[in-house]
Write a protein of this length. Sequence first.
Length: 133
Amino acid sequence: MFSYFTKNEANLALPDIIKKFEFTLAKKNEVSKIEQQLQTSLSNASTFEEYVALKQKLNSAITKFYEAVEILENTGVVVKSIDQGLLDFPSKRFDEEVWLCWKYGETEIKFWHEKDSGFMGRKPIEVSDESLV
């Protein structure tokens, strides 16, 4: 179910979301590792049997990665980039839809940006900013 986050709600949800993000990141890293193994097996004259087993392992890892993304986004956040560690929380500033912005490594929500601007358009949330839902 869709809902807007206030800054406080986003910060309360953040510890759980960080755990889910880290799990998702680990699944993505697993996919990358298997992809490298698969590339190596192609150039190392391995058997078809070894190649097929690795390919099946990759398919399974990709499925687990997308399941992790789905679990993460079921919290209400939107994944902008796993590689860059960017998540957005839908919010409102007055009557305008905006994103509360989080980057991996940050311990709280401190930034927001307009719908059509990305990470480069981040603006700090003012301490007294009562305008966010």
